[in-house]
Design a protein around this ligand. Structure first.
Ligand code: BG6
Length: 494
């Protein structure tokens, strides 16, 4: 990350600091920011957890996590001097009084200017309680800024999301709330906007006149791991589509913003999300496919069926795969399907966007034995990071035979090393008060409305699960979704 080294003093209080997210993502990212001089020296982090740990116990744990996730650990001991621990019971008023005292002491000691960032890396059922106490205890009454960073899931449908929003809005204003969607911290996701709006060659073609369809895939090899309990009530639709997938669609479909100010960018994203066609129940099955993995083989290893995973019901109807045809009812995109696809235990880990262009109006050329290939713009988000353009060129033989030509750009290893994780970008932005890459309440309202219409329709019919083998690209119906439109998923393309 090559930031302009804007450094802000702040106290970062992490609730759920002994959890997996904190150890795998938050502390390694904070350390890397510190090491790269993207964090001010005037910084202190309080880790909050239920367990009775001393500062030293906690520091030893954090140090071990950082060593496991970051290669170069120069300045690690210096960073550790900024880390503190506070045992805490989220339902106990006295815990917040202790936290206030520690916060004030650290504020003095590190000259933090009263800036406070509260990060809730915990189950959302505690969000309301914690934010209410943060206010009543006086923790949010500070002379600097107060900000709240929260993890998903933000509700389980529109109604519960609205309730949750009302709860946290009692203590924080909308502009003080930073709702994490970690896909928005990925460099190549951020690059979608840059590619579109800083190159003269894409924008004129970026509409229903020239684009046939856009495919957005996020496939995983992993299963539900140890998150069966959470995943059973969520499934791929709420876990991935409501947030990450629709956010990528919004970035691909939005109009050019009038400035790079977060309000202007969000305004354009909100317009797209409001234009998503909400389907009547009877149409959902023609546009959306749900799947659940069966036992199968991945990289030569046998893996079990979803229903045999820990904390999963043996007759579970939770989808671990979703693909769908999303329609955007506006002038630019009328008639252009956005196909989205996400699933667990698929053939490969890949986050990729493929923009397929329409055929040339009059084709004079041919490719031996087959139809001329479409032009494609491929945006590789993970694990490969880069962009490629697929064209047709002349084959070096006599005649007018063509062959596919690929122009590729891959992000360099050096660029990749600048950021250890998407969380690093997001933590930096939250500290700097830049809300561009966080989800606004208006975006959530539209995405939940869209997703609710699909889950309501699905709740009326029992699915025939399992319906895809682990290690494949999902159920057959997902392929049919495109072949019915005379199209195919561009698998195996880079
Ligand atoms: C999370 C989901 O938001 O994203 C997980 O809860 C999923 O189920 C993960 O595995 C995928 O993230 P990434 O960055 O590995 O594509």
């Amino acid at each position: 990350m090559n930031k302009s080294k804007k450094q802000i003093p702040a106290l970062i209080t992490i609730f759920g600091a002994t959890g997996d997210l904190s150890h795998r993502k938050l502390f390694p990212s904070l350390f890397h920011l510190f090491q790269q001089d993207n964090l001010d020296d005037r910084i202190a982090v309080i880790g909050i957890g239920r367990r009775q740990l001393t500062n030293d116990d906690f520091r030893a744990q954090v140090k071990a996590s950082i060593q496991a996730h970051v290669q170069d650990t120069k300045h690690l001991d210096k960073f550790m001097q900024h880390i503190f621990y506070q045992p805490h019971d989220v339902n106990d008023e006295a815990s917040y009084a202790d936290l206030l005292q520690l916060s004030e002491t650290l504020d003095q000691e590190f000259s933090l200017e009263g800036n406070r960032l509260f990060y809730l890396a915990m189950a959302p059922q505690f969000f309301g309680t914690v934010t209410d106490y943060l206010k009543s205890s006086g923790l949010t009454r500070t002379k600097g800024f107060k900000r709240l960073v929260i993890e998903k899931p933000f509700g389980s449908d529109l109604t519960s999301a609205e309730e949750l929003n009302q709860q946290i809005r009692r203590s924080f204003k909308e502009e003080e709330i930073f709702r994490i969607d970690h896909y928005l911290g990925k460099d190549m996701v951020q690059n979608i906007e840059v590619l579109r709006f800083s190159n003269a060659m894409f924008e004129p073609l970026w509409n229903n006149k020239y684009i046939s369809n856009i495919q957005v895939t996020s496939s995983e090899i992993l299963g539900v791991e140890d998150r069966g309990g959470y995943y059973e009530s969520s499934g791929a639709l709420k876990d991935m589509v409501q947030n990450h997938m629709l956010q990528m669609v919004a970035l691909l479909a939005m109009e050019p913003p009038i400035s790079l100010h977060s309000d202007d960018i969000r305004a354009e994203k909100v317009k797209v999300l409001k234009s998503l066609r909400v389907l009547p129940t009877e149409d959902v099955r023609h546009h959306f496919v749900r799947g659940q993995y069966d036992a199968g083989q991945i990289n030569g290893q046998e893996v079990k069926a979803y229903r045999d995973e820990d904390k999963v019901a043996s007759d579970s109807s939770t989808p671990t795969f979703v693909s769908g045809k999303v329609l955007i009812d506006n002038f630019r995109w009328a008639g252009v399907p956005f196909y989205i696809r996400t699933g667990k235990r698929m053939k490969r880990k890949s986050i990729q966007v493929v923009v397929e262009f329409k055929e040339v109006p009059m084709n004079l050329y041919y490719q031996r034995d087959k139809h001329l290939d479409s032009n494609l713009l491929v945006i590789n988000i993970q694990p490969n990071e880069g962009v490629s353009i697929h064209l047709n060129g002349k084959k070096y033989v006599q005649g007018i035979e063509t062959e596919p030509v690929q122009l590729s750009y891959a992000m360099s290893a050096q660029d990749k090393m600048n950021t250890v994780d998407a969380y690093e970008n997001l933590l930096y932005d939250a500290l700097n008060g830049d809300a561009t890459n966080f989800t606004h309440w208006e975006e959530l309202k539209s995405t939940w409305k869209f997703v609710d219409s699909i889950s309501d329709a699905w709740s009326k019919f029992e699915p025939e699960f399992p319906n895809y083998k682990a290690g494949t690209n999902g159920p057959l119906e997902s392929d049919l979704l495109l072949s019915r439109d005379g199209l195919k998923w561009w698998d195996d393309i880079q």
